[in-house]
Write a protein that binds this ligand. Structure first.
Ligand code: ARG
Ligand code: ASP
Length: 710
């Protein structure tokens, strides 16, 4: 019966005109245009992406290495999420200037804060180079030979194109290696922090509400891109000028109603929608639970100390958010996959794939795929588990990870050129400063005790790095580690750097933290990685074939390539959802909800007095919804993933409605299995963003340079 229902569900989904799923390549958007327009879009694919004239794409940026941002003025003003700017806000924060707690606003351009190391990347052009990349590839090649051939072709093509452009050129695989696209990017290096709300607005609800709807987070921050006088990327300089984009986004004050067409334009990082059932099962039921368990234990330690001390709370804020984000998401993935029968749905699909294979002799290439997948994933499992321990239980011990930065220095001999040594020392000096600014040894000691015990209890001896096998008593070991290692002591580390001579490199090699690091890394590079890569190589071949097979089996279906950190368009409708019998979520939240959640005793739910005052006076200005309330966030059925944070969500006219920042708990599994009924993305309403900038912060200078459509 369950089976019948499942098959019905699958049939129904595939028969529906639009299933919500899909991250589309902007240069190929003409194939989606009709559908988008039927759903309500009033602009054209060419308005979204064009290389012949300015288009929306000119306003969309890859923010740093992991988020999206959008340019909203002719002076390079950029919006992204608060959690995307978080690291930079935190770096500029101290107990005296606590921008995390108090927010920060540059009231004129001279007050904007440079963020060395932060880049903003803008796509200029994309080209299909599949035929060139695969020109010399044959079916008979081994996987290694194939990859080498492809790598060489990519190198040659890039070298050729580089002769004709100043842009950064790269080539990436799509459809699991069945297609290749070339990307021309411009990378801006002078990006400055312009403003951010206090965390109890920008991170309202904190990690408690993270990944959950209903949500009330004002998750935005403001930056500005600078360029040299000719508009080209340049290193930071006081002489740089605000970057003038070919196009900036217009902002709509109309809001979004249930059922309205909406699309997200941004940089989704990674999805794996075409995995076989066995892989999804392994991810959701073996790997994720281990990572969740380990990280949960680390977070418990962080929490205990963060609650006790304001300084520690700031120091560990970013680390906590980082670890906590994955921890919570993976819990949701496991729950979602199991609750919504993700593995069974895949298995069911695989049965029809297998039938398709058997129906024609010509499909012999695909016939053993599913069987091979089963076997390969079984082989892979212990190594994936080993890797999960290594990265979560090993490298989250900060002293060990930090010691690793000195690994190269420990190999210096009198033959190493002085210039090289100086460079190393300079970068280590910086690393040491960054590390100790946010280091609290009691936390690290307790994390070390907890994680090493977990490691020893749960991983067999031959799946552990060597140093662990020498430990007789974890408490004793940890005590020695922290008393003997110089890496727990800022003064010692800095003295060592300042007085470094090649003859001292040996001292490093005896440091227990560096010994532990090397043991972890050697275990990875000698035991885990070779096996994992070999199996993954085989899997890459299977995946590529499986992808091709699926495309052959359903020639009418429009397939969208998995996310790979390239610019994509995804679209759907503004809508709520019903995740469970009796639960029916409305598509938006309001300021009333912030007041409902308010709790002065709980850090995540403190409400700023100024915000309360604005609320009490209903002082919303032109940012109120037509219903008179202040809308804070809304959900839509747009397929998004990590990296889409900060992406603009746009209306039928291509105007900004909000900033995407999260997904709903019930649908976090969408990276593996997308379900149009329950997968929803969450965006902060742009009117709330403007309300905070204007009414709360009084940064009218920023409002003035934006292009706001009433
Ligand atoms: N879950 C969102 C995304 O994956 C937002 C994370 C930041 N917020 C937080 N409370 N940690 O990245
Ligand atoms: N919050 C995510 C991000 O930071 C977005 C998501 O995973 O839905 O990119």
């Amino acid at each position: 019966m369950k089976r019948l229902l499942l098959s019905l569900a699958i049939l129904l989904t595939s028969a529906m005109a639009f299933a919500g799923e899909g991250m589309w390549i902007p240069m190929l958007l003409q194939y989606n245009e009709k559908e988008m327009q039927e759903m309500g879009m009033r602009i054209t694919a060419d308005d979204i992406y064009s290389i012949n004239h300015s288009s929306l794409k000119d306003a969309i940026v890859l923010f740093g290495g992991g988020c999206t941002g959008e340019i909203v003025s002719d002076y390079g003003l950029l919006l992204t999420n608060h959690h995307c700017g978080y690291d930079w806000i935190q770096k500029h924060s101290s107990v005296e200037h606590d921008y995390l707690t108090d927010g920060f606003w540059a009231m004129d351009r001279s007050q904007e804060l440079p963020c060395p190391g932060l880049t903003v990347t803008i796509l200029r052009e994309m080209r299909d180079v599949t035929d060139q990349v695969l020109y010399h590839v044959t079916e008979e090649m081994t996987e290694e030979k194939r990859q080498a051939t492809i790598d060489q072709a990519i190198k040659d093509i890039i070298a050729e194109v580089e002769k004709t452009t100043n842009y950064k050129v790269s080539i990436k695989p799509f459809f699991l290696g069945n297609e290749y696209y070339l990307l021309l990017n411009e990378v801006f290096r002078d990006v400055r922090l312009v403003g951010c709300p206090p965390s109890n607005i920008g991170k309202f609800g904190g990690d408690t509400d993270n990944w959950v709807w209903p949500r009330h987070t004002g998750d935005f921050s403001v930056f500005r891109v600078y360029a040299d006088k000719d508009g080209h990327p340049a290193n930071y300089s006081a002489d740089n000028v605000p970057y003038k984009p070919a196009q900036h986004l217009q902002i709509s004050l109309k809001g979004a109603d249930e059922g309205d067409f909406a699309f997200v334009f941004g940089y989704p990082a990674r999805t794996s929608e075409y995995l076989p059932a066995v892989a999804v099962d392994q991810e959701a039921n073996v790997i994720d639970p281990i990572a969740v368990d380990l990280r949960g234990k680390i977070l418990d330690v962080y929490n205990t100390y963060q609650e006790k001390d304001r300084k520690v709370r700031i120091q560990y804020a970013s680390k906590h958010a980082g670890l906590g984000n994955g921890w919570k998401k993976w819990m949701g993935v496991t729950e979602g996959i199991n609750h919504f029968h993700g593995v069974e749905k895949k298995r069911f699909y695989e049965e029809s794939f297998q039938e398709w294979c058997l129906a024609s002799r010509q499909r012999y290439l695909y016939i053993n795929l599913l069987k091979d997948f089963e076997q390969k994933y079984k082989e892979l499992e212990p190594y994936r588990v080993a890797y999960t321990y290594l990265s979560n239980a090993g490298l989250n011990i900060e002293i060990i990870d930090f010691a690793g930065k000195f690994n190269k220095l420990s190999e210096v001999t009198s033959d190493t050129p002085q210039e090289e040594v100086d460079k190393m020392l300079a970068s280590l000096r910086k690393a040491s400063e960054t590390f100790f600014k946010d280091y609290y040894q009691p936390i690290d000691e307790e994390v070390a005790r907890t994680m090493l015990a977990e490691y020893l209890n749960n991983q067999p001896a031959d799946f552990r790095p060597g140093f662990l096998n020498d430990i007789k008593d974890v408490d004793d070991y940890v005590k020695t580690l922290f008393s003997k290692s110089m890496f727990a002591d800022e003064e010692k580390v800095n003295n060592f750097i300042d007085n470094f001579k090649p003859s001292k490199a040996k001292k490093l090699q005896k440091d227990p933290a560096l010994i532990a690091y090397q043991s972890l890394i050697n275990f990875y590079s000698e035991e885990v990685n070779p096996k994992m890569s070999a199996i993954n190589n085989d899997l890459a071949r299977l995946q590529r074939l499986y992808m091709k097979g699926q495309m052959l089996m359903e020639p009418e279906k429009r397939f969208s390539p998995d996310a790979n950190f390239t610019l994509r368009v995804t679209y759907g409708k503004v809508e709520g959802f019903k995740p469970q019998d009796g639960k029916n979520f409305r598509h938006f939240t309001t300021l009333e909800g912030i007041m409902e959640k308010e709790n002065p005793d709980i850090y995540d739910y403190v409400v700023e007095p100024k915000l309360k005052e604005l609320y009490n006076n209903k002082d919303y200005g032109r940012y109120a919804d037509k219903d008179g309330t202040m809308h804070v966030a809304f959900t839509a059925s747009v397929h998004t993933t990590g990296g889409n944070s900060g992406s603009p969500i746009l209306n039928a006219d291509g105007q900004l409605l909000g900033l995407n920042f999260d997904r709903c708990w019930e649908g976090t599994m969408s990276d593996l299995v997308y379900d149009p009924d329950i997968c929803r993305n969450i965006s902060v309403d742009i009117r709330y963003v403007l309300f905070i900038i204007d009414k709360f912060a009084g940064a009218k200078n920023l409002i003035a340079e934006m292009d706001i459509v009433e």
